[in-house]
Each structure stands twice: as structure tokens, then as C-alpha cells.
Ligand binder design. Structure first.
Ligand SMILES: *Cc1c(COP(=O)(O)O)cnc(C)c1O
Length: 400
């Protein structure tokens, strides 16, 4: 059992703590589900992009799904082999496309006809061939939060089936393009299997119709999105997930590429924050803590639920809003959360904070970002030091 009090004393608060063994266990469970099939598990770096986290997955044999050239650089730096790196995202700049082609990564996931033409032109300029995959928008409702739904025509992601077909034909005829894969990613925090299966069937049908016109694709990229339990959600078992996808692929000889992010890191992460004060405004009870929306924005952004544990505290629990010091009414970690009476310097442990936590952080209110600590084999180590005031103003001070 991790001694969070000792960690708070050593590293200060607010603090992110990651259980690397729990991350390994999640990775192995997904790998096991695809055992005996050609597959690549490409960790979605944006879920938690700390270099040591990416390196941890690289050492387990993971690839990396990146959504900016910065993430591609992180993946390479962390030791992910270039032949397991993908570059996705709806708006890639020319310089990002150029660098990705030069880095010779596995493929670029192309998200529009205009982007395909840019990749074609840039690869031609470089006198080389770019491996590409096209992100298909299968128009499936993933039944998740609208902000993390990506597979409907209403969403900005991917292209329609007909456009995808035209693009594959363009790519096949372009000497500077090599179409190698097909991609979809319908959303995040998916807790129902049906939409994934339906999307896989639609995209597998497209793959077959491309085969019929002599376009052979090697990689069937099913995106990420596997949900996790924050509260009482029922989640999809990795085995069922794999079986659903594989059943859509019957008769096809393809490598399945999967891009899990949240599934690998969310429940392996904790956000540790210290109580500053309790206060009341009329009937309303507030617990004011030193962590805030700039550290963990999910509650403010998606009304996300995180389980909160009052470490070492007992006593009658009453509803309180857990709020940070940031000057926004939207700055809260929880609303109406049952907590025992809290005192100055007590610790709250926010669970399930390993994905889209630190990475979505900012310096709003001139707050330095938290430190991050890894726990592995019962041993702890710092993997990112706390930001100082000097760090926060580093890009401005010379212009004063
Ligand atoms: C964000 C993202 C993922 C990972 O999503 P999770 O819900 O964290 O698994 C995978 N693929 C793409 C293209 C993404 O944008």
C-alpha cells in the first residue's frame, strides 16, 4: 500500500502519483486479449505524456499514437521504435508532416482530402514515399460524453466512406504516397461494445471493397477509447473488445492496431492534494484545497467524477464542494461530495487521475505545475519536478 502521506511530505502537494505496475497490468491484459493475432498496441501519448510513462510502455513493447510532432519527439526520445509510431490528428502543420515523414514513422493517419494532398506534396518535395492511413468517420454514436465523441459526422474527425475511397485511389496513384492502413476512432471512455463492433464492421467492409480494386492495406487501426471505471460504470472486458473487432475482420489478413490511452493509465494515477481550509457560505460547505482546475481540469471541463478519499480521516460524512484556489467558479474537483470534517493540512487523494490529468494542466493563475512521482516494485521515484516561479515566467522574462 502506497504511503501517500510520506509522498506528500517528501515531494509536497499537489502531487501526481502513478502506479507503474498497475499500468503494466492494464497493458498486459490488452495484449493478452489479442494474443495469437498480429497486433500493435500503440499507447495514446496524450493520455499521459510524461517521458517516463511513455518509456515504461515502450519497454513493455508498446508503440505510440501521437497527435502532434511534439508527441512524436517524446515517443522517439522515450525509446519507442519508429516503426511503431503513428501520427494522428485533425490539423497537422506542414512542418509536422515533413518531420514525421523524415522520421520514417509507421504511418500518418490522414483526416481530410486536403491533408492528403499536403502529405503527397511534401513527400514528393522530400523525394520519398509517405506511408499513410486514412481516418474514416463511420458516423456511429459512441454513447459517451459529447466532448469526447469523435465518430459522428457532427464531429470534426475523419472523412466519410465515399471520400475515403476517393482518397485511397488518389494515394494508390501517387508515387509519393503508400496507403498501408485504415483507421477509425469513435470516441473516448467507451463503455458499450456495440458501437465499436458496428464501426469495425463498416470499416472492414470498406477494406474489402478496396481489396476488390487492388488496394491492399496491412493495418486495421481501431483507435482507442476503451472506458474505465471512475465510479460505477460497467466497462468492456479486453477479451470481449478483441473478439468483437476480430469477428468483424473474419477472412482478412491484417495487423490490428489499437491506440489505448485512458485504459492504460487512468486508474493507475492519483492526484494528491492538501486541505487548506473548510468554509461555509450559508448552508453550503466548501473544502478548499491546494490543487485546482489548472492541475486537474476534468471535473470542470466534463463534469467528470473522481472518487476522493480523505486519508486517515473518520467521522460523519457530509456533502462538500471540493474547490481549488483558482479564481473561477468552475474551479472544483468535486461537487456535493460526502467528506468527514477536514482540517488544515489533511490530505485528499483523488483517484483515477492518471489519464488526461497532468497533461491537460496549465499555468493559469501563475501556478507552477505539480510534480509527478512513479511507484514501481514498491519503490518511488520522481519523474517530473515541481515547476517553480522561474519556470513559469521563463519564456517572458527576457522581454521585460
Ligand atoms: C485520444 C485518442 C486516443 C486515445 O483515446 P483513449 O480514450 O484515451 O483511449 C486514441 N486514438 C486517437 C486518434 C486519439 O485521438
Amino acid at each position: 500500500m502506497t504511503d501517500f502521506k510520506a509522498l506528500a511530505q517528501t515531494y509536497g502537494t499537489p502531487l501526481y502519483v502513478y502506479d507503474f505496475d498497475a499500468m503494466s497490468a492494464q497493458f498486459e491484459s490488452l495484449k493478452e486479449a489479442f494474443r495469437g493475432r498480429k497486433s500493435i498496441l500503440a499507447y495514446a501519448v496524450k493520455a499521459n505524456s510524461n517521458l517516463s510513462v511513455v518509456k515504461h510502455f515502450a519497454q513493455l513493447g508498446a508503440g505510440a499514437d501521437c497527435v502532434s510532432i511534439g508527441e512524436v519527439r517524446r515517443a522517439l526520445m522515450a525509446g519507442v521504435p519508429k516503426y511503431r509510431i503513428l501520427f494522428s490528428g485533425v490539423g497537422k502543420r506542414d512542418d509536422e508532416i515533413r518531420e514525421a515523414i523524415e522520421a520514417d514513422i509507421l504511418y500518418i493517419n490522414v483526416e481530410s482530402e486536403a491533408e492528403l494532398s499536403r502529405v503527397e506534396a511534401i513527400a514528393a518535395e522530400l523525394g520519398t514515399t509517405a506511408r499513410i492511413s486514412i481516418r474514416v468517420n463511420p458516423n456511429i454514436d459512441p454513447k459517451t460524453h459529447p466532448y469526447i465523441s469523435t465518430g459522428l459526422h457532427d464531429n470534426k474527425f475523419g472523412v466519410e466512406i465515399d471520400a475515403a475511397k476517393r482518397m485511397y485511389i488518389q494515394a494508390k496513384n501517387a508515387p509519393s504516397l503508400d496507403p498501408v492502413g485504415i483507421h477509425f476512432h469513435i470516441g473516448s471512455q467507451l463503455t458499450e461494445l456495440e458501437p465499436i463492433y458496428e464501426a469495425a464492421v463498416i470499416v472492414a467492409d470498406l477494406l474489402r471493397s478496396l481489396q476488390a480494386i487492388d488496394i491492399e492495406l496491412k493495418f486495421f487501426d481501431i483507435g482507442g477509447g476503451l472506458g474505465v471505471r471512475y465510479n460505477d460504470e460497467t466497462t468492456i472486458a479486453p477479451y470481449d473488445y478483441a473478439q468483437a473487432v476480430l469477428s468483424a475482420l473474419r477472412g482478412l489478413d491484417v495487423t490490428v492496431v489499437c491506440e489505448p490511452g485512458r485504459f492504460l493509465t487512468a486508474n493507475a494515477g492519483y492526484f494528491l492534494t492538501k486541505v487548506l481550509y473548510e468554509k461555509r457560505n450559508g448552508e453550503k460547505r466548501f473544502v478548499v484545497v491546494d490543487g485546482a482546475m489548472n492541475d486537474l481540469i476534468r471535473p470542470s471541463l466534463y463534469k467528470a467524477y473522481h472518487r476522493i478519499e480523505a486519508l486517515g480521516k473518520t467521522g460523519e460524512e457530509n456533502a462538500a464542494d471540493v474547490v481549488g484556489p483558482v479564481c473561477e467558479s468552475g474551479d472544483f474537483l468535486a461537487k456535493n461530495y460526502p467528506l468527514p470534517p477536514m482540517e488544515h493540512n489533511d490530505l485528499l487523494l483523488v483517484h483515477s487521475a492518471g489519464a488526461y490529468g497532468f497533461g491537460m494542466g496549465s499555468n493559469y493563475n501563475t501556478r507552477g505545475r505539480s510534480a509527478e512521482v512513479a511507484i514501481e516494485g514498491g519503490k518511488e521515484r520522481l519523474i517530473r519536478r515541481r515547476e517553480t516561479f522561474d519556470d513559469v515566467i521563463a519564456c517572458e522574462r527576457d522581454y521585460l
